[in-house]
Design a protein around this ligand. Structure first.
Ligand SMILES: Nc1ncnc2c1ncn2[C@@H]1O[C@H](COP(=O)(O)OP(=O)(O)OP(=O)(O)O)[C@@H](O)[C@H]1O
Ligand SMILES: [Mg+2]
Length: 379
């Protein structure tokens, strides 16, 4: 009996509902019968990018166009007194730009016409899904690369050698053709060499200072393909080291910066590239085949002010051989996705005309290595 009482003593009072709603990471807002905002939790303030004190002076129609399916959903909730949810809603107005939102409406029985709305941005979840697919796409290239290396490289060196011999023995007119064969053979060889980078080798990792990697990439870019462009750096110098492979991370950043530079060169040349590093809490991914989740707190963003990613290639952007460039192989981003995947990281793209962001989320170096083991190659 005495023990039971002792147990009861430690039961804490329930936190009030406002504290729970404030902590909820889902955007919740309540509207009255006239569609005025009567409540919004901090996640909703973030979602609408408006503080609650301002929201309380607005109606839903101030933020969302009247023909939005959101109003039909609210009518349905009110008329049937039922919970209604809708997926993939677009909420676009001068003040708000959200796509792929899941909205749920719940009637509030105590107050006539009141509706509780929750908003969830599903595009983030989809990005993660796609990231998983990129890994398998990259794997299929690695198999193909092995076959190509075997089946193409050997005969190719024979063709190249024969063309070189011909160059010295034929007349001027035919020599041009022999040179063409040699040059094309070189081009195919370079392509096969690039594909060989997809080979399945175990990744060797260490503590890597991401700022040194970016500094190296910036220098390479400015002494070559981005000599004419401005590259800004916005670094958080307090960041811990990444748990990764330095050379592969250079390759990743170089591919992203090169794409950014190429996007700017196609445009009006007045654009610029910005490299940003930051620490971000709360990004965790499941490790395939295990119950573990890894934290990916370090974010590197490669931003450019170019025209943006063409709409028609977005869904396959990280697949091999997807390119819009006449001399591109479409292997850059496929390789980036493969390397980031092997690091246990994530890559996200966010693009519109004038601002394209590629965000790479990476695990940090930890002394106890618990998280690190979960992210080793071949997961
Ligand atoms: N920053 C960017 N801005 C606009 N479009 C981009 C950007 N980055 C990539 N793209 C688009 O994505 C496509 C695929 O990029 P990826 O790096 O995989 O191949 P590539 O650059 O065409 O060729 P490679 O990298 O093999 O030379 C590009 O052709 C381009 O259309
Ligand atoms: Mg590229």
């Amino acid at each position: 009996m005495a023990r039971a009482r002792a147990k009861l003593d430690v039961v804490r009072p329930m936190p009030d509902a406002a504290a729970i709603l404030s902590a909820l990471p889902v955007a919740c807002a309540m509207i009255c019968a006239e569609n005025r905002f009567v409540y919004a939790n901090p996640a909703a303030e973030q979602f609408f990018a408006i503080s609650i004190s301002q929201l309380r002076h607005l109606t839903l129609a101030d933020l969302v166009p009247l023909d939005s399916p959101l109003f039909a959903l609210i009518d349905q909730v009110r008329s049937g007194e039922v919970v209604v949810s809708d997926h993939d809603i677009t909420l676009e107005s001068p003040r708000l730009q959200r796509r792929g939102v899941t909205v749920q409406g719940t009637p509030v029985t105590e107050e006539a016409g009141y509706v509780l709305l929750t908003f969830q941005d599903e595009s983030a979840a989809r990005t993660l899904d796609r990231q998983m697919n990129f890994r398998s796409a990259a794997r299929s290239v690695s198999g193909m690369a092995a076959i190509l290396a075997h089946e193409v490289k050997n005969p190719l060196s024979g063709i190249r050698g024969a063309a070189q011999l011909l160059e010295n023995t034929v007349g001027d007119l035919d020599r041009e053709l022999a040179v063409l064969i040699r040059n094309e053979a070189d081009r195919i060889r370079a392509l096969v060499d690039r594909m060989e980078a997809f080979g399945e080798k175990p990744i060797v990792r260490d503590a890597v200072n991401i700022h040194r990697v970016l500094e190296h990439v910036r220098r390479l870019a400015q002494s070559g393909f981005a000599a004419h462009l401005k590259i800004n750096e916005l670094y958080d110098p307090s960041l811990p080291p990444v748990w990764g492979n330095r050379d592969q991370l250079v390759q990743v950043m170089l591919n992203l910066v090169k794409n950014a530079a190429e996007a700017l060169t196609e445009g009006d040349c007045s654009g610029e590239i910005t490299l940003i590093t930051a620490y971000q809490h709360g990004v965790r991914v499941a490790v395939p085949g295990t119950k573990r989740r890894v934290h990916l707190p370090l974010v590197v963003t490669v931003r450019d002010t170019g025209p943006g990613i063409p709409e028609d290639i977005r869904d396959h952007l990280f697949d091999p051989f997807v390119t819009t460039k006449s001399s591109g192989s479409g292997l850059g981003l496929a390789l980036v996705a493969k390397i980031i995947g092997e690091h246990g990281g994530l890559i996200e793209m966010d693009s519109r005309p004038g601002k394209t962001d590629f965000r790479v989320f990476l695990p940090i170096f930890l002394e106890d290595r618990f998280d690190i083991n979960a992210t080793s190659a071949g997961d």
